[in-house]
Design a protein around this ligand. Structure first.
Ligand code: NAD
Length: 481
């Protein structure tokens, strides 16, 4: 049984109270590790270490290209341990091993991408008047907090900490209490590099304890959070008391808009992939299918055919659908299914637990397709976080846009049509941070700015845009003559 420890100021330490949290395998329900149950004083230690490291001579002396070289080194270490990392991610999250491998490769790519960016964070010179030289500098913000969700632990941890370190900040990371294993590996990997102690710190614990303490800490200068709207709002309120900026990525109810003229085979492949990936426990899951009424029946047959074939099982067997994280998340999905019954929806497929022999302790859910719900129903509006697709039809382009925009979320939208003018027009009218035309969530999108409109959050992760989260702008005006 693994006993995990916090990583603070380059040292591995238990939580000060000595308490531990059980970590379970979602595939089998068996306990796989103990992690420290950190409280205020543990968070305080980590934030102080990060603050001292930020001010310290060693980190301040790192040249931008040296930070880049260190991040490149991390990408290499991650690739060299890719199998080990993927196995740990599958053990911890239950996700199919091939999806875990893609996540690990994406993690390496984040380090590589931000390594290349480290010495390209530029200021400007601004024409003011003769004799005045005016220029801007993008400086690091200082101590950055990273609160990580359980659905894509290694990817989300890598994308934000690589960008923060590239720009010269220090990091305090809190992984989700359910999935700390790969974050610990990340700390072990940093330990193999020349990163000064205290630049990367890891504190484990419950959200309401360690997470809340980190969000409220007055020495933290920026918070990156991915998770639920409710918790994002709590994090933002804590940050507001300290006038600290936040980047919030809060999930969605993302639609695929399927027009009659599209390549229906391709669209069906992606509609299914976008809801089954990680058992639907994905912020950008394509959880709503909006299909043009004239092709609804034909298109649905294609979707159902693919969904019916989906294999369910433990992550290590590399099925199409792995388990749901835990009993709590499973019960949440079941409540949504009850709402479908209450609100007059019909199940075209699934809707219930799927027992998997030998893995009775895991929570497996059938791929599910629901029809007949009104746009105001619970399942049409709220994030289910399971392999559950709800189907709606539209008659006109205007109606499709209205339906796409009808939830409080706005993260991702897929548009499927061969009509290029329509594709761009719909992309313009849809309120979402990322639009995919004739593809969806393509290949990780390391380089593409990612984030939400409306309650899907604000600020952007990924791409060069994310560097803005971790820098603050200083303007310098000099009288030269
Ligand atoms: P959550 O938002 O509570 O947890 C996400 C992270 O926040 C975890 O690290 C958790 O420890 C931490 N956290 C929890 N409470 C906190 C607090 N008060 N202060 C600071 N940090 C805190 O999510 P959950 O309860 O694990 O899942 C519930 C629902 O949230 C899911 O069903 C899903 O709809 C959504 N969710 C979305 C994403 C996403 O990718 N956007 C990820 C996870 C969960």
């Amino acid at each position: 049984m693994k006993i995990l420890r916090n990583y603070v100021n380059g040292k591995w330490i238990d939580a000060s109270g000595g308490e531990r949290i059980n970590v379970y395998s979602p595939s089998s329900g068996e306990r796989i590790a103990f992690s420290p149950r950190s409280h205020d004083e543990d968070v305080d230690l980590a934030v102080n270490a990060a603050s001292e490291a930020f001010e310290g001579k060693e980190w301040q002396a790192f040249k931008p290209h040296e930070r880049g070289a260190l991040l490149f080194e991390m990408a290499g270490i991650i690739r060299a341990s890719a199998d080990e990392l993927a196995n740990l991610e599958t053990l911890d999250t239950g996700k199919p091993i091939s999806q875990a491998r893609s996540d690990v490769e994406a993690a390496a790519r984040y380090f590589e991408y931000y390594a290349g960016a480290a010495d390209k964070v530029l200021g400007e010179t601004i024409p003011v008047e003769p004799g005045i030289l005016d220029y801007t500098m993008r400086e690091p913000v200082g101590v950055t907090a990273h609160i990580i969700p359980w659905n894509y632990p290694i990817q989300v941890a890598s994308r934000s900490c690589a960008a923060a370190i590239a720009t010269g900040n220090t990091v305090v990371m809190k992984p989700a209490e359910n999935t700390p294993l790969t974050a610990v590996k990340l700390a072990e990997m940093f330990e193999q590099t020349s990163l000064p102690p205290g630049v990367f710190n890891l504190v484990m614990g419950y959200g309401a304890e360690a997470g809340a303490a980190l969000s409220a800490h007055p020495t933290v200068n920026h918070i990156t959070f991915t998770g639920s709207v409710e918790t994002g709002s709590a994090v933002m309120m804590a940050a507001a008391r300290n006038i600290v900026p936040v980047t919030l990525e809060l999930g969605g109810k993302s639609p695929n808009l399927v027009f009659a003229d599209c390549d229906q085979e391709l669209a069906a492949d992606w509609v299914v992939k976008s809801i089954l990936q990680n058992a639907g426990q994905t912020c950008s899951a394509g959880s709503r299918l909006l299909v043009e009424a004239s092709v609804k029946d034909v298109f649905l047959k294609k979707v159902l055919k693919r969904m019916e074939k989906a294999v369910i099982g433990p992550g290590e067997r590399d099925p199409d659908i792995g388990p749901i994280l835990n009993g709590k998340q499973f019960e949440r999905i079941e409540e949504f299914m009850k709402a479908v019954h209450d609100e007059g929806g019909s199940f075209l497929l699934g809707g219930a637990r799927k027992p998997v022999e030998g893995y009775e302790g895991g929570y497996y859910f059938q791929p599910t397709v629901i029809d007949g719900l009104g746009p105001a129903s619970k399942v049409a509006r709220e994030e289910v976080f399971g392999p559950v697709l709800s189907v709606f039809s539209f008659e006109t382009e205007e109606e499709a846009i209205r339906m796409a925009n009808s939830t409080e979320y706005g993260l991702v939208t897929g548009i499927w049509t061969k009509d290029i003018a329509r594709a761009h027009k719909v992309a313009e009218k849809v309120k979402a941070g990322q639009i995919f035309i004739n593809n969806y969530g393509a290949g990780g999108g390391i380089q593409m700015p990612f984030g939400g409109y409306k309650k899907s959050g604000f600020g952007r992760e990924k791409g060069l845009e994310a560097l803005r989260n971790y820098t603050q702008l200083k303007n310098v005006a000099v009288r030269v003559y």
